[in-house]
Design a protein around this ligand. Sequence first.
Ligand code: HAM
Length: 425
Amino acid sequence: MSRVTRIKGVADIFPPDSALFTSMEAAARVVFSRFGFRELRTPLLEFSELYARSIGAETDVVQKEMYVFDGGKGRSFALRPEATAGVMRAYIDAGLGAKESVSRLFTLGPMFRHERPQLGRMRQFHQINCECLGSGSPVADAEMIVMLLQFLREIGINGLTLKLNSLGCADCRPRYRAALGAFLASLDADALCPDCARRAGTNPLRVLDCKVSACRELTLNAPSLADAQCSVCKSHFAAVLDFLRARSIDYELDHRLVRGLDYYCRTTFELVSGAIGAQSAVAGGGRYDGLVRNLGGPDVPGVGFACGMERLALLMGKPDAPVPDFFIVAACADAQKQAFSLAQELRDANFHGTVAFSVVSLKSLMRQAHKSGARWCLIVGQNGADAPAVTIKNMTDGSQTSAPMSEIFSLFSHKREFEHASTQR
Ligand code: HAM
């Protein structure tokens, strides 16, 4: 019969990699709660309109990458391509703006984008996403970056490059957009890549971060976004940089960092690695004042970021496989019940391990014990089931001791304490 396969760009995350994801999530919960963030779980499905109105109808994410479904009754549903829009919708739905002046929310989980899969670029990927709503202060921007770096340190990732830019605001950016649009219109349209030729009219800022070298060369003399900004935006960005310097955080200014989502204003940032290939951005974010209002909510400023967990996992390396304490085997069918109960008692006492499900030759059981990686193999019923003794075999050095079933529990606890003490020495 033919096999049903996995969809391209959608991964099964087996151990030991799944442990990396669990440890990232645990570290995120610990670090973010130190900064007052609380976990919000939002749906994977939303009305498609939410994304067109937040990320932007002309963006690649909305135009080309969303998984859109017929939701019945003329409604269109989409699998979430990112978390920010859903968090904003939830914030508005719950009326959080009226309940607290600042809302600090994080959310973890899968996102979906119909992209061409490659290393670090998946169709289903996982983000750790943080949003701080309610403050327009540059302190909030700086604190998000500080928190992101602290989280990355906690999971052992250092040495990334922090790239920063300011995109201006609703007052100054339209002027810049017009100037950039006029500049692009003055170029030979055929010299731009087909994407940029289209974006020049619809979303000219995106031409600045095109990776095609011809487009980059053609835009070397484009008007400067930094020069075009109003004094409020300039001083906001200067203050963000000041706060980062106060924490000795290194950064690079990158005037081409416009990001692929339309909701940003003022500060934008990315953390980039030189060690994971072309898909080098492990986190990205920025300020999005006006987004909540554009979605029908109050006029509340916000700033946030998201990290890509698959890309972080590439930087974390393989974790050590956990070492179980025991593997229990029954030497005969009559001893299976004792073996089963012993395993349960040991687990109740916080030992980790498994029990062989069937009674086969001792040789084959020992092979299973070795494969399990356990520190000790407990063999129950070797002397017959009436007076079952348990043999404890140390799987590292092969030494064995034997004890009656009634003593095994305290002996085993003692062994663990002893081994623990020797590893501490
Ligand atoms: P983004 O830059 O689109 O921003 O995604 C954030 C991160 O998600 C990227 O830096 C990358 O690590 C990861 N990522 C994105 N697409 C993929 C993919 N196809 N495969 C694997 N990883 C991927 C956002 O999503 C914004 N919502 C971030 C934000 C939150 N801004 C403000 N608040």
